[in-house]
Structures are given as C-alpha cells and as structure tokens.
Write a protein that binds this ligand. Structure first.
Ligand code: C2E
Ligand code: CA
Ligand code: CA
Length: 540
C-alpha cells in the first residue's frame, strides 16, 4: 500500500521530468517568436516606409523639374511630352494633369483627366509649393489616391495621382517569416491602402504583433501587423514537429524508467513475498558466561528460508535496509522470538535476548512504540530484551538516537553497542549514547595469540567497560585458547562457534533445557509448581 503510493509519486516525478523539456521547448519557441517577431515587423514597416518615401521623392522630383522648365498655361505638344516624361520617370504616378485656376484639368497625356474629390485636407511637404493630399474618384469606394499638387503663384496647379496601393510594395525584403498585413495611412490614421502578403490569408481575429512607422517627410505612416492566425500557420509545423518529437522522447523515457523500476522491483517484491510467507526466521546464538559456564542468553540472527535452504543475512540485509523493509522484518523477528522463547524465558528471568537494529531505527521513535507493543505483557519481558546498535555504520543523528535510546531504556530494555572497535563512533559513542553493553568485534578475538597490539586494545576495552560499569561481551570466540585468554583478562560473557553457531528455535530451546534446567536454581519447594507451569506453556 505504502509502496504503491510511492510508486505513483515516482511515476509522477518521472513524467514531470520527462515532459519538462517539452514545456521548455514551447517556452523557448514562444520566446524566440516574440523576440524576433517584434524585431522583424519593425524592420519590415520601416523598410516599406522607406520605399514609399522614395517613390514619392521620385514623383516630387519629376514634378518640380516639370514646373521649373515647362510652360504650364498652354497645353502645347511640349507640355504634353514633358508630362509624359514625368510618368515615364516616376512610374508610380498613374495620372498627371495641369489644372487651371478654376480647378478644371486641362492637359493630361493619358487622355481626359479624371476629376477627383478630396478625401483629406492638403498637407505641407518639405517643398512649400508642393502639397500632399488624399483623394478619391468619388464613385469607386475604397480606392484612395495620393495626390501631389504643385501650386503655381498664378493659381494654376500640376496634379500627380499615385494610387495608394502602388506605394505599398508586395514583397518585403527582410527576415519576416510569417504572413502579414501592411496598411498605408495618413499620419492621423486615415486609411489609404492595405495589402496582404498572401492573398488567401485570414486576417480574422487579433494581431500577434503590430508595428507602425511614421515618415518625417510626408504625413504618412505604415503599419505592419501579423495576425495571430498567420503566426500560427507559419509556426504550426515547427510547433507540431517539436512537440511530437518532445512527447515521443518523454514517452520513451517514461517507458524506460518504468522498465528500470520494474527490474528493481523484482528483488523488492521477492522480499515482500518472503515476508508474507513467514520465510524470515530468527536463529539464536547462545551467549555464555565463561566464568561459570552458564547460559546468559542469545543473539537473534535473521535467516531466510529458500525452499529447503537457509540463507544468511549478508545477501539481503543491505537491500532491505535500503528499501526500509528492515523495519517490518525486525518487528517480525521480535514477535517470533517472543513467541518462541517466551515460555522458557518466563521461568528464566536472568536470560537475555539481543536483537540487531540498524542506524535508521535510531532516527525515528517508531521503534520505541514497536518494542513496547511487541513485549508489553508478554512472557518474554522487556527487561530481558537487549537491542544492538552497530558501530560499523555511523548514526545519522546522534542527538535523536540519544533520545530514542533513553526512551527504550525507560521501558526496561538494554542497549548494546555492537562491533565495538570497527567503527565510526569510537569510544565516544559509548559515552554519548549511554549504552548498557559493549560487544567487542570478532577481529580482536581473532588476534589473540597473534597480534600484541590488538590484545592491548582488548585490555583497554575491558578496563573501559569496567570503569563505565558496562557489560562486556566478546564476539566470535572460536577456540579454548581464546576463552582462557579472555577469562584471564576478566571477561565474563562470550559468544562464538566454540560454544555454538546460531541455532534454529527448537534446537536452541533444547539447549536451554539442557544447560539451564529450571530445577538447578529454583528452591525445591517451588520446583514442582514451576515445572508444571513451564510444561504447560511449552506444550501450548
Ligand atoms: P553481527 O551482529 O556482528 O552478528 C554476528 C555474526 O557473526 C553472525 O553472522 C554470526 O553468525 C557470526 N558469528 C558468530 N560467532 C562466530 C564465530 O565464532 N566465528 C565466525 N566466523 N562468525 C561468528 P550472521 O548471522 O551471518 O550475521 C551477520 C551480520 O548480519 C550480523 O553481524 C548483523 O550485522 C547482521 N544481522 C544478522 N541478523 C540481523 C537482524 O536480524 N537484523 C539486522 N539489522 N542485522 C542482522
Ligand atoms: Ca549483532
Ligand atoms: Ca557483532
């Protein structure tokens, strides 16, 4: 259940991680478009305006040349020819005519000049004789024309008409990638002409970008805008391709992550099955008093049933520690030992049973609740329980560990420091953690008779334990020579193959009955009663 939830969390995290590049890609694309789009249309509207200005300049130059050099008041052949030259040299001019003081067009090379109607007031240009206005033909709605009007002092005029559309180029040289709309208007906003970069494009809806440039020589402005629809059309392929690629990649990485997590799940599920089937079982290794030869208790060492075989902890302890399954396994071992040893320990209150805990047990007070729950009211008393913490791996949080140890001790449980001499804690651990027992690592026992430095350390540790009033246990005792040496140094308690390997429950129970019969320490008058009670519970 708990693991199911965490799998979901992992899956969500993986999805978020996998899709992050897709989100990033879209963000980048959008940033790119908005940064470049704005700059591009700014450039486009400026260059369009430059073109329009140049065309107006051409027309103006031709008109000025005409008015300076040609007799305007008569519509002679020369006048006609000169007017034709204007159109030739300024091809954007559609019509040119000389207009008499009454406002009647009298002379035009392109046939009868058409009468125009003012659509705007007359604006000044840089030349005081030349006026700029927008006109139309009255009937043809929408078709607006720019009129350049040269005014002679005698009331005559020369009028050049340039259709607004001719001032807007169809093609813009620039980096503009999306389709766009260009609009020519007077500086005051009066519409003159508009053009679409693609005739069938849709200009419905809002503009994504819009830029207007105003001329400082003519009362004109050009607005370029990119409709959102056109922008989407333009980048659609890029967006679709980029996103399809990104999503495919994200999908692949999720599939990959799931495959990896499933592979890792194999052993985890395997452990879960073992837990469910009750395949983690306690083995018990006796701890003896080497002074009196009496049994002091045992250490619980976990074993895993694998069909007919029995597996030692080395193959699975590191993994179950990493997955957190060690907590459940420890609880199961405690409950099994309680049930298995309870009846026989109930009548031998001097016997102890040690359990191995891991560093993580000492960073969460849950272990206190577990121990209390498992042993309160049980035949195996809290005062018979010893909990071992190894010195081999450092405790992540010493002060939390100190609090948890103190609370366990309040329950009546004893705390042992395991593997003393191997570890990270050093002797300061003993003092800081306030343990009740130290278990000297096997390597010092191994050195007996071979290495005088290690034996000097044994002396130091034994003395330290005595000074601190801490119980001392020698681990991994394999020979009688080692027993003799330890005994000579004042060591009382020892554990090792010389006495017994870790035993399965029934064998250990038999060993207890053999080496520690109730009758040997119980007064004759209660012997009978206890034996009766013990037989009852053992039978149960
Ligand atoms: P440990 O706590 O130091 O346990 C002592 C180990 O030394 C045990 O190995 C024991 O079988 C072995 N041993 C005892 N006497 C002798 C001896 O005379 N000679 C030799 N060569 N070995 C001896 P085991 O059972 O394989 O356990 C190895 C380690 O796995 C333990 O070291 C302990 O750290 C861990 N472990 C075992 N059971 C549990 C458990 O229930 N919970 C946790 N957290 N760790 C456990
Ligand atoms: Ca141990
Ligand atoms: Ca040990």
């Amino acid at each position: 259940m708990k693991r199911g939830k965490s799998r979901w969390k992992i899956a969500l995290l993986a999805a978020a991680l996998a899709f992050a590049p897709v989100v990033g890609l879209n963000l980048l694309l959008w940033l790119h478009i908005s940064a470049n789009g704005g700059a591009d249309i700014e450039e486009a509207s400026a260059s369009m305006l430059r073109l329009a200005e140049r065309n107006l300049d051409d027309a103006m130059t031709q008109i000025v040349a005409f008015s300076m050099n040609v007799e305007h008041a008569s519509c002679s052949e020369d006048t006609m020819k000169a007017l034709g030259t204007v159109i030739l040299k300024a091809p954007h001019v559609a019509e040119i005519s000389v207009i008499d003081p009454a406002g009647v067009p009298v002379c035009s090379p392109s046939g009868r000049p058409r009468v125009v109607r003012a659509a705007s007031g007359a604006h000044d240009t840089q030349n005081p004789n030349l006026k700029f206005a927008v006109v139309d033909f009255g009937s043809e709605r929408g078709q607006k024309i720019v009129q350049l009007l040269w005014q002679y002092p005698d009331g005559w005029n020369v009028s050049a008409l340039i259709p607004g559309e001719r001032l807007l180029p169809a093609l813009v040289v620039g980096r503009l990638q999306a389709d766009f709309v260009s609009r020519l208007s007077l500086a005051d906003g009066t519409f003159i002409a508009g053009k679409l970069s693609r005739s069938d494009m849709s200009v419905e809806g809002a503009s994504a970008f819009e830029e207007r440039t105003i001329s400082n020589r003519y009362p004109l402005g050009i607005t370029v805008s990119v409709p959102s629809a056109a922008l989407w059309d333009n980048y659609r392929q890029l967006f679709l391709l980029g996103n399809a690629g990104g999503v495919a990649l994200a999908f692949l990485s999720i599939v990959g992550a799931l495959a990896v997590s499933r592979q890792m799940e194999g052993p985890v599920r395997d452990i879960e099955n073992s837990i469910r089937r009750g395949d983690f079982i306690p083995y018990y290794q006796p701890i003896m008093c080497i002074r009196t030869g009496r049994l002091l208790g045992c250490e619980v060492l976990v074993r895993r049933r694998r069909g007919d075989a029995i597996e030692g902890p080395a193959t699975f302890i590191p993994m179950v520690e990493a997955t957190g399954q060690i907590f459940e396994i420890t609880r199961l071992l405690m409950a099994s030992a309680r049930d298995e040893l309870g009846p026989i320990y109930a009548v031998r209150p001097h016997l102890k049973v040690s359990f191995n805990l891991v560093a993580d047990h000492f960073s969460n007070a849950r272990v206190v609740e577990d121990v209390e729950e498992i042993f309160t009211g049980a035949q195996l008393k809290l005062s018979q329980v010893v909990l071992e913490v190894t010195e081999r791996h450092p405790l992540p949080n010493l002060s939390a560990a100190r609090v948890i140890i103190a609370r366990l001790q309040e329950l009546g449980v004893r705390i042992a420091l395991d593997d003393v001499g191997t570890g990270h804690g050093g002797l300061s651990y003993l003092l800081k953690l306030g343990v009740d027992q130290m278990k000297m690592d096997k390597m010092f026992v191994d050195a007996i008779g071979t290495d005088r430095y290690s034996t000097a350390i044994i002396d130091t540790l034994v003395k330290l334990a005595a000074d601190l009033n801490i119980e001392f246990v020698a681990e991994g005792v394999e020979t009688f020579e080692q027993i003799a040496y330890l005994k000579e140094r004042g060591v009382d308690a020892a554990q090792g193959y010389v006495f017994s390997p870790p035993l399965p429950g029934p064998l250990f129970l038999e060993l207890i009955r053999t080496v520690d019969p109730v009758s040997s320490r119980v007064p004759e008058r209660v012997k009978k009663a206890i034996r009766g009670a013990a037989a009852d519970v053992e039978a149960a």
